[in-house]
Design a protein around this ligand. Structure first.
Ligand code: FAD
Length: 451
């Protein structure tokens, strides 16, 4: 097997993967189609270009999961994070950057590296041998996407996401909500109580529909096609089709008895379903939406039981190419059917610049370990890196898999730490302290930063 690492895509993930591998003594070729082949969102031929916002979000590594991811990447000599700090702009607690100098710096660092070369070409087929990382992002070119689809099956590759809001389980009021599957279906008690239900009276339902109709919506960006599949219409579009549409769709009140008030039949029911194996996150079933974030929060907090809900992420629908990682990838981010290929970045079903770069960092290190015959311990689930990679490669429900941001709901709970809003500050500090210690121990296991 060749000892060159080939990386398709020089965006957030591909750039970081290349940097990590080259710094460990591996020769890397980045295959980048821009500027020869353009996407609707990129403007330049630079590596590491930010396609929209110029923010890497919160830099608070004690109280915020994204900030913790920043910290972990800094500890691992991450190119994207170090360059971001170099080109930082004033933005309160957020890490915002001067986007063009940032991408120019990333490009220069990679092109100046003696072990990295850049080949400006579009890759259109899946490579059959050699070591490869596919990091072609949400706007993977059509021919490569077709090749991936032929390998994985059409069901396992999506071209749009349809993200329903995700709520922290411990912020839901269980004096109002109750656990039950429709018609108590299921072989086991766990299946019969798989859904969390929030009841609505007629007035509450009517008020909710009014809020959906009045809400500010996000428009699709130029080049994105607002092609909704009927199975995943945004809830506000369903509401526009008729005030009763939701009550006969995802909010139908049938097959359910309110355990907190058995004699009162709800007029409508909002259902939430477990979103991760830990049971710390629940998604609101069928509530994919293009409403603006503020409007989503206002509308969803009117749902009985969710008045104090805290959202691990809000809903959205975007043009986004991503694979069903829980079924397709092993814990080393390799394709089961072709283990010479790893996937990294947004195409694996993480979302955001930071998460994408983080998965590039891991894929680069995993590739190095394999190419140099080193056994790499699994990334601790307790770290932000580990929480994300564990989620996409196994923790998430494959049937409902949608892109995920890093958040504390992905972390294993700590015994004895207070839950709920009151304990939040101490709990987040405990998570980040534990993560930092575990990440440093993981980094110390091998001298991957050798060169
Ligand atoms: C319109 C839009 C707006 C977004 N806004 C934000 C935002 O504001 N904040 C945020 O955090 N995230 C945003 N995202 C998500 C963002 O794209 C990702 O977070 C991040 O850029 C993904 O990193 P990546 O490395 O996986 O993909 P990219 O950074 O997109 O890199 C992929 C690279 O692969 C190249 N490529 C694709 N196909 C091929 C091929 N066949 N051969 C060779 N090269 C190829 C592309 O040219 C590109 O350079 C947005 C995404 C889109 C589409």
């Amino acid at each position: 097997m060749s000892n060159i690492l080939n990386i398709i895509g020089g965006g957030m993930a591909g750039s970081e993967a290349a940097w990590q591998a080259a710094n460990s003594g591996i020769d890397v070729v980045i295959h980048e189609m821009r500027p020869k082949v353009e996407t609707f969102a990129h403007r330049t031929g630079n590596l590491g270009e930010m396609v929209c916002s110029n923010s890497f979000r919160s830099d608070d590594h004690e109280q915020n999961a994204v900030g913790l991811l920043h910290w972990e990447m800094m500890q691992a000599n991450g190119l994207i994070m170090h360059t971001a700090h170099k080109h930082r702009l004033p933005a309160g607690g957020a890490l915002a950057v001067d986007r063009d100098p940032f991408a120019e710096s990333v490009t220069k660092a990679l092109k100046d590296h003696p072990r990295i070369s850049v080949s400006y070409e579009e890759i259109t087929e899946l490579p059959s041998d050699g070591n490869w990382i596919i990091a072609t992002g949400p706007l993977t070119s059509g021919s490569l996407a077709e090749a991936i689809k032929n390998e994985t099956g059409a069901e396992a590759l999506a071209f749009f996401d349809a993200i329903a809001p995700i709520v922290y389980a411990d912020s839901i009021d269980m004096d109002t909500a109750w656990m039950q599957s429709r018609y108590d279906k299921g072989e086991t008690e766990e299946e019969r109580t798989a859904y969390l239900n929030c009841p609505m009276t007629k007035d509450q339902y009517e008020g909710f529909i009014d809020a959906l109709l009045a809400a500010d919506k996000t428009e699709f960006k130029e080049g994105e096609t607002a092609k909704y599949f009927d199975g995943c219409l945004p809830i506000e579009v369903m509401a526009e089709r008729g005030r009763e549409t939701l009550r006969f769709g995802p909010m139908k009140p049938v097959g359910l008895t309110n355990a907190n008030d058995p004699n009162n039949k709800p007029y409508a029911v909002v259902q939430l379903r477990r979103d991760n194996a830990l049971g710390t996150l629940f998604n609101i079933v069928g509530f994919q939406t293009k409403m603006k974030y503020g409007a989503q929060k206002d509308a969803f907090k009117t749902i009985p039981g969710l008045e104090n809900a805290e959202f691990a992420r809000l809903g959205g629908i975007h043009r986004n190419t991503f694979i069903n990682s829980p079924t397709l990838l092993d814990e080393q981010m390799r394709l089961h059917s072709r283990p010479n290929i790893r996937f990294a970045g947004q195409i694996t079903g993480v979302e955001g610049y930071v998460e994408s770069a983080a998965m590039g960092l891991l894929a680069g290190r995993m590739a190095v370990a394999e190419m140099t015959g080193q056994a790499l311990d699994p990334v601790p689930h307790t770290t932000a890196m580990g929480a994300l990679v564990t989620h996409i490669t196994g923790g998430a429900d494959a049937k409902t898999f949608q892109p995920m941001n890093v958040n504390f709901g992905l972390f294993p709970p700590i015994d004895g730490v207070k839950g709920g809003r009151k304990g939040r500050k101490d709990r987040y500090k405990a998570y980040t302290d534990r993560a930092k210690a575990d990440w440093n121990a993981w980094l110390a296991q091998k001298s991957l930063d050798a060169a």
